[in-house]
Design a protein around this ligand. Structure first.
Ligand code: NI
Length: 236
């Protein structure tokens, strides 16, 4: 069996090919036909000082179609589900780095975000879905501070990285070309990143065991343990 999820660093998870080539082409076309606003619109006070990029405004013409496209892709992705254990997803945002609006210095994401329809969403997991290929731009490295050091992430278009919203991170200056991405904040059923990670590791190991052994008694019992941990830690 194929596991589409890669572990980039202790708390970073990468999921390849979230979007199909058709969806990616459509998203890129919609972004190219959009008007870009200043990225300041969604930054908190600290982040606003560090942020210099462009972003689609809430009233941008193609934003609803782009959001539907990304959310549908997440919904059908079992790896996204097991990695994020999503309870609520704030409607995705879209940004672009290049020219004189080309970086986002070290910052932390706001813990609480107001969603247009559903009240506050607590940001537990942050996600960046890359919409430009690495060859299209120079720089633009998403750098995330982890308990084990800094990790630079640059993925192929259509792939996504998940990381704890509590981490400090930056996007280094794009010195050539343009980097477009979608970024998201997710409230997880499991608030604690360590517990989430343990559940994820266990689920991946269970997938492998089930593929090799089928529904052996020990696999059934371990699956039960996974769900009992989830029952203990998850809130809905
Ligand atoms: Ni951020």
């Amino acid at each position: 069996m194929t596991v589409f999820l890669r572990i980039t660093a202790p708390m970073l998870l990468t999921i390849d090919d979230i979007l199909t080539p058709e969806e990616l082409a459509k998203a890129r076309d919609l972004l190219d036909r959009s008007l870009w606003a200043s990225g300041q619109i969604t930054a908190g006070t600290q982040a606003a000082r560090a942020k210099n990029n462009r972003q689609l405004a809430e009233d941008a013409e193609h934003l609803p179609a782009l959001r539907r496209l990304v959310l549908a892709a997440l919904q059908r992705n079992p790896m996204f589900f097991t990695a994020a254990l999503p309870l609520k997803i704030l409607p995705p945002f879209f940004n672009r780095y290049g020219g004189d609006a080309n970086h986002y210095g070290w910052h932390t994401d706001n813990a609480m975000r107001l969603a247009p329809d559903s009240g506050y969403v607590r940001a537990d997991v942050s996600a960046t879905l890359f919409l430009s290929d690495p060859e299209e731009y120079e720089g633009g490295l998403l750098t995330i501070e982890d308990t084990f050091g800094n990790h630079g992430v640059k993925l192929k278009a259509g792939s996504m990285v998940l990381y704890p919203s509590s981490s400090i991170h930056q996007v280094t200056a794009v010195t050539r070309g343009q980097r477009s991405a979608c970024f998201m904040f997710i409230e997880s059923m499991v608030r604690d990143p360590g517990q989430r990670r343990l559940l994820f590791d266990m689920d991946m190991a269970l997938l492998d065991l089930r593929a090799r052994l089928g529904e052996a008694d020990s696999v059934v019992r371990l699956t039960g343990a996974y769900h009992n941990l989830l029952r203990r830690w998850a809130s809905s």
